[in-house]
Design a binder for this molecule. Structure first.
Ligand code: 13P
Ligand code: SF4
Length: 303
């Protein structure tokens, strides 16, 4: 079929394999456009849990595909590029978490979904950026909370709830490239613009925001907002979905450097190869998956 485009070949393979394509909001524009569902970490987990496809082609980073594998043990979960990891997820090891738990034996461990299955398996509750505040709020006020691995999201939840949390010092290298001084400069140039950001940003950036939300939360807020110009404090892949959903609005990224190199490793070519060769499967050992699932299910019940 010499004239078949990569997109057409992908759709053909999708039908042959009975596959569903899930893509995170930070993926390349063409990857998002080829997906059946594009969303934030919470939405993607819910889609994975609900699908009746045999194969999930997960275009995101490794922990997201791993979460899908935990939720769907009877399905084949593929990631187009096995090197697409999340540096924040690697900022805490199982040994470090066990040491922290021994130091704070009474603490409830709340783990951001941007973590390995092993870390989730050692946790009481999981959360995403969309529900971190709600998840922490569900823990009785008198109980200590150990929040891992993102100090920025944990700090945001703590400030929202007026509650002290024990924070693990992990962070997102991409979101920490977004600086308050650049936000202030853009706000001065566009005084009527709104400013939105992701809770993985540093506190000084979050303090400047009109709204702090998950990636899908930001897309929804912008669609409903009155502001004609919106300054965006998150990974630049979100601009694709923002511009697609709100074509009449102007979106200004705070920094073009806020580009997650891992998210961008997945391409249309690699998606085609993944479905042709059934590469690269993401699996979790059953005992780890069962323990991790408990913390994810507790989060999904709250969501
Ligand atoms: P969301 O769950 O808000 O999409 O965030 C995932 C992520 O990796 C942000 O850096
Ligand atoms: Fe991880 Fe940050 Fe990339 Fe999200 S943007 S996947 S938190 S490195």
């Amino acid at each position: 079929m010499p004239n078949t485009t990569l997109e057409e070949r992908l759709q053909e393979l999708k039908r042959q394999r009975n596959a569903v394509i899930l893509a995170h909001n930070y993926q390349r524009g063409e990857v998002q456009d080829a997906a059946d569902y594009t969303g934030d970490s919470l939405g993607l987990s819910q889609q994975a849990a609900a699908t009746d496809a045999d194969v999930i082609l997960f275009c995101g980073v490794h922990f997201m595909a791993e979460t899908a594998a935990i939720l769907c043990p009877d399905k084949t979960v593929l990631i187009p590029d096995p090197c697409a990891g999340c540096p924040m997820a690697n900022m805490i090891t199982a040994r470090e978490l066990l040491e922290a738990k021994a130091k704070h034996p009474d603490a409830v461990v709340v783990t951001y979904v941007n973590s390995t299955a092993e870390i989730k398996a050692l946790s009481d509750l999981c959360c995403t950026s969309a529900n971190a505040v709600k998840v922490v709020a569900s823990i009785p006020a008198g109980r200590q909370v150990l929040f891992v691995p993102d100090q920025s999201l944990g700090g945001y939840a703590a400030r929202q709830l007026g509650r002290e949390l024990i924070l693990w010092p992990g962070y997102c290298p991409t979101h920490h490239r977004i600086r308050a001084k650049d936000v202030l400069e853009l706000k001065a140039q566009h005084p009527d613009a709104a400013f939105i950001c992701h809770p993985e940003c540093t506190t000084d950036v979050v303090d400047l925001a009109d709204v702090v939300a998950s990636t899908s939360g930001m897309i929804k807020w912008c669609k409903d907002a009155d502001a004609a110009t919106i300054i965006v404090g998150t990974e630049i892949g979100l601009l694709h979905g923002l511009r697609k959903d709100s074509p009449a609005k102007t979106f200004l990224p705070v920094s073009d450097l806020a580009d997650c190199p891992n998210m961008k490793l997945n391409t249309i070519e690699k998606m085609v190869w993944a479905l042709e060769d059934m590469q690269f499967p993401v699996t979790v050992p059953p005992a780890v998956a069962a323990a991790a699932r408990h913390s994810i299910d507790r989060m999904l019940e709250l969501a």
